[in-house]
Design a protein around this ligand. Sequence first.
Ligand code: SF4
Ligand code: SF4
Length: 355
Amino acid sequence: MPNKTDKDLALLKTILWIYIILCFVLAGLNYGYVKSAPEAVGKAITWFWHFYENWIKTAFIIAASILTLRITKQSKRTTMRRKNLRGFIIAALFVHILSPLLINNNELYFFAMPLPWTTTPLQLLVEGSSFYTSRFPLWGAAGITAAMIFYAVISAIILIGTLLFGRRWQCSTVCLFNGFASEVFAPAFPLIGKKKKIQPKTTSLLMLLKWAMFALAIFFTGYWILLLSGVQTLENYNLIGKIEIYKYLSAELLMMMFFWIVFVGRGYCYYCPLGTVLGFISKLSGQKIITNLTKCINCGACNSACPMAIDLQSKAMKGEPVTSLRCVGCGHCVDACKTKNLSYTTTFLSKLSSK
Ligand code: SF4
Ligand code: SF4
């Protein structure tokens, strides 16, 4: 007879399946069919897409966080995980519920990640771009200004937060793309097949992809900035905007879902352009995993727990800090260590704790 944990896990996997299927179906209809659909049908699809993105997604984040905590606390410490899940719930309530209600705009989640993740906010400043042309009749000048203020506030929160708390702030607390998915559904991976560890060869390939995606992101960002500043005169911006949408749907949304199912939850985080930038900012913040709080017993639990395939064990054996650019600060290694040898910190956090 299935015990309580098995039932929770089955429910968590079901929610994740529904989330993925709804995402594919609604994104497909929204981006592929709405323009050619009869007006009423198109409006209904777009309404449901927003309802899904804001209300259903937030409900899933809350329900899945509760299930994940119930499942993981049976066998592990969950100190860091609890903090992550609390952060994602607050971020979802703020971005997907509270702000849309206050600003009367259901699409604010387009603006929840700073540059260079998406150039949508820059496109909104180019009169004549297809994004501006489609949104101006709906939002008006005041609505566009409100969306840009929202974007500036979110970007400032993420940048200042990362300088103080490291990449953990965005990637394990606030990110409503791959960050939340990999944390709130963590015990449900992989949905198909057995759990696989990402091999060093795959990690190297993902690192190549990371730099390719970063170069692309910089190219698109540079294009819109030059256009806005009047330096760029090539006004083929609607084609560029279209290419960006296809890049998002294929290399980002689809691949992220693919990695959720086949590998581990953090597949996309290996090559996310925003993650790459935040990795460098987290260096400035002094982010590291301290490894010499007690004694390492060489069990390898930290390496097994790390979703970013970082080798903590060899550093822990020598008592050296782990300062990988890939570290998303999830703290799974900290929770997994049986001897409580590990701790996540930044310069600001160390100063806080020494007071
Ligand atoms: S790497 Fe990108 S997708 Fe992953 S958690 Fe960070 S910001 Fe989000
Ligand atoms: S090193 Fe620890 S905190 Fe960093 S990604 Fe791996 S498990 Fe998460």
